[in-house]
Ligand binder design. Sequence first.
Ligand code: FAD
Ligand code: MLT
Ligand code: ZN
Length: 480
Amino acid sequence: ATSERYAVRRLPFARLGDSDVAFFERVMPGRVVTGEEEVKPFNVDWLKSVRGCSQLVLKPQTTAEVSQVLRYCYEKNLAVTPQGGNTGLVGGSVPVFDEIILSTALMNRVISFDKVSGILVCQAGCVLERLSEYLEEQGFIMPLDLGAKGSCHIGGNMATNAGGLRLLRYGSLRGTVLGLEVVLADGSAVDCLASLRKDNTGYDLKQLFIGSEGTLGVITAVSILCPQKPKAVNVAFLGCQSFAKVLETFTTCRAMLGEILSAYEFMDEKCMELVERHLKLSSPVAGSPFYVLIETSGSNSAHDEEKLNNFLEQATASGLVTDGTVATDDKKIKALWSLRERITEALTHEGYVYKYDISLPVGRLYDLVTDMRARLGQSAKRVVGYGHLGDGNLHLNITAESYSHSLLDAIEPFVYEWTARCSGSISAEHGLGFKKKQFIQYSKPSEAVALMQRFKAMLDPKGILNPYKTLPSAPESSTR
Ligand code: FAD
Ligand code: MLT
Ligand code: ZN
């Protein structure tokens, strides 16, 4: 069997038999999903751009059950795809062929929360938004937030090293995650679920699993440091007349807002058209080629408002921003955030979406959008740019009525070559998954890829965990 678009060959894993299903039924009675219709939603990714043909979804509730499943699969040479909320954007969360889907949907228990240290320990299948709600009741927040919060699982966030909307303030998961519990391919469980801010005993193994996209182990539980809930939050949504002004507004606001700045996001006018047209959202700020969303979070509303107002006065007086609005109440804050957060959803209404998630020197961020627009001309429906400007992360998205090989050839490898010339990264936060793994060399030297392959071979010698993902396949089987 060969996947048509990518021409990947199925590796010689065993095929699922009745006795395997019977074994899993004994391990987790009633939590074994079979039947084409029932399994279908787990076989298709959020973007509906890749599709597997698994016949089995397993829903363990405990680490011991995950261990039993993997020990068995390892012995029998059955391939497994770990799946959280299935919101991943690079085709990593669904099988390529008939891999068994190991879903964390029922591993959704909070294990502990310490209000003094702010350390949360929970199972991997907790939905991010549920964790946020749980913490907010106790005066804390999660250190990460993303548009997929209502569906994505914290284990999936770890496995992709998700960035999102709060990274500018609270940093990457590589800093806020204190510990992980992981089950390896052979079924052995590794408990590194430390709840300590400081721990220098040996190598930091959890880092290997953060961002490993289900290829090195199944994350079963997480320990994470959570910040205090800010007492005052403000959002300013502003219009800028050029990308140069977006950049200058960033440097000005960083200087004037200092420690209270918690997000700096941008979107171009084409993104605004999309959320207005497809989602019927209305923006109080209109008529600008670029928009920025600035969030402040602090502990003293009078102090924060004074700082924000000073900044806005200066930005307006110097012509950096030409229009804008400020929100202090929850409802308006949410409405302004929706304009930015829901671009991903709006794009899917356009037809097929070619998604690129690029890290670049911030000054060059929008040049890639402009160059791509000029290159593609009428062959694309839209070429749009938005993203986490404060983190140097551009989301370049290209839409067309339907998938076309010739359009893909016009975009790739151009987009990756362009990025490599600027010493950027071809995946800032979404990972490589199935769609981008063959392009890793644009951002990593061959020695680094070879070392990654050695880690993979050591931790998963039979290669049963999320095969065909993240690392490039051998040249003879990658005829794309
Ligand atoms: P899945 O999609 O189920 O899986 C993703 C990968 O992780 C797969 O390779 C899977 O095999 C692996 N995996 C899942 N769970 C485990 C586990 N327990 N153990 C081992 N491997 C596992 N991403 C960002 O970084 N920033 C954003 O701002 C952002 N915004 C988004 C907005 C929208 C609307 C959508 C749809 C997606 C967005 N994403 C964003 C991408 C995606 O939501 C994140 O990557 C998220 O972290 C994936 O979590 P998930 O539970 O859905 O994982
Ligand atoms: C975002 O920042 O909105 C997400 O990463 C999703 C996307 O890139 O569309
Ligand atoms: Zn993003």
